[in-house]
Write a protein that binds this ligand. Structure first.
Ligand SMILES: Cc1ncc(COP(=O)(O)O)c(C=O)c1O
Length: 385
């Protein structure tokens, strides 16, 4: 069984060794926090003058936050609980942005009293909530992204369209807030830096219009989208981030404050899930495909297999033998708990119940998506090396 990761990270063998030798009794995400630090430095090198605000939602494991605080990361939080987590690990509240555009008023008040001063908004009512519970705060307006080429797009639900961003800046001023800039999210797992071009063009147009109308904008939040390796080639993080920053600078010039909010690109490759094959079966004797059921599924950590968007690489001890197409499913009694069917996955013909399945580069959006125990299957356990 071999574990493959991108880049030249020498201690990668530590994760490989651990997932092969560790004995577990439930699906377990094994994390190597040194790898997070490595990714942070790679991204920071490429991002240059942009500050990294780690998107805590990607993986809120305490040891990851602690390490990132120690190496100078800032944080993008989505809720009071995420802010509390960062503060508990020593983060400076001034380094935490409250990036969710749909916040509970109690969370806004908590954040403001804790010293968080930077908030996202994409609607009038959100600005009113911020003005009431964090009077005088800095706000950036999130723009909707129409032309995402990401594997996991984040368009539609968040952001406002075009001119509305400028109207919201005017309203923020009226409410006594400080509109300092714009944010967007190009879409998660945007595999190539060039895919940012159309999105950056659209945001830059509004940015320059706002500046022409007299808004003194000094903050551009370029969000996440930095990819992880799931089997298809991607650029190394430093080169990717540097190219994104070139594209940003060409359109926005020297904006004083640029923030990036990587989640997946920072933590996906630092983790692997140890899972177990529960059953290999066929629905009829002449079935072309085998069904392979794992002890982890859509509800216990692999939510991003929805639409087969994120295709994890799976290693088994029987790799190297003859392979055949499989439909991969989770263990629960819910028929939505099928991971890969439209594009079946190739697994060894010798695979059988009880075999270990290692799900590679699964450090992002897995433990944080895991249900408490749907169907009685335990949530994803987390072990930090
Ligand atoms: C506001 C915000 N910033 C950053 C991220 C992280 O994105 P990614 O994991 O693609 O880097 C997300 C992901 O949902 C987000 O909602």
């Amino acid at each position: 069984m071999t574990y493959v990761a991108q880049g030249d990270f020498a201690p990668i063998t530590r994760l490989e060794t651990a997932v092969q030798s560790m004995s577990v009794d439930r699906p377990t995400l094994v994390l190597d926090v040194d790898r997070v630090e490595y990714q942070f430095h790679q991204l920071a090198q490429g991002l240059g003058r942009a500050n990294i605000h780690y998107a805590v939602k990607a993986n809120p494991t305490r040891e990851i936050i602690e390490r990132l605080v120690n190496i100078g990361s800032h944080f993008d939080a989505a809720s009071r609980a995420e802010i509390e987590l960062c503060l508990s690990q020593g983060a400076d509240p001034a380094d935490i942005s409250f990036g969710n555009t749909v916040k509970k008023v109690g969370d806004i008040a908590f954040a403001w009293h804790a010293g968080v001063t930077l908030f996202a908004a994409d609607a009038e009512e959100e600005l009113e909530k911020i003005a009431e519970h964090a009077p005088g705060a800095e706000v950036y307006i999130r723009m909707i992204v129409e032309n995402s080429q990401a594997d996991w797009p984040l368009s539609r639900k968040f952001g406002c369209r075009g001119e509305k961003a400028i109207d919201l800046m005017a309203y923020a001023v009226e409410l006594g807030l400080k509109p300092v800039g714009l944010s967007f999210h190009v879409g998660s797992q945007t595999k190539r830096a060039e895919m940012w071009t159309g999105v950056l063009d659209a945001v830059a147009e509004i940015w320059h219009r706002a500046v022409a109308e007299g808004y003194d904008l000094d903050l551009l939040n370029i969000g996440g989208g930095f990819p992880a390796f799931y089997g298809e080639a991607i650029d190394a993080p430093a080169a990717y981030a540097a190219r994104v920053m070139d594209l940003v600078t060409a359109r926005f010039g020297d904006v004083p404050r640029v923030m990036a909010e990587p989640g997946r690109g920072l933590v996906a490759e630092c983790g692997a899930i140890i899972a177990e094959v529960l059953l290999v079966s066929k629905k009829s004797d002449d079935d072309m495909h085998r069904w392979v059921y794992l002890d982890i599924g859509r509800f216990s950590g692999l939510a991003e297999t929805e639409g087969e968007a994120i295709r994890y690489q799976i290693a088994t001890p029987r790799d190297g033998g003859e392979m055949g197409p499989c439909i991969l499913a989770g263990p629960s009694c819910d028929s939505a708990d099928v991971l890969y069917e439209k594009r079946p996955i190739m697994l060894p013909l010798a695979l059988k119940s009880g075999d270990r399945a290692i799900i590679r580069n699964a450090g992002a959006y897995t433990s944080s998506y895991s249900s408490v125990g749907f169907n009685g299957f335990p949530p994803l356990d987390v072990v930090v090396l």
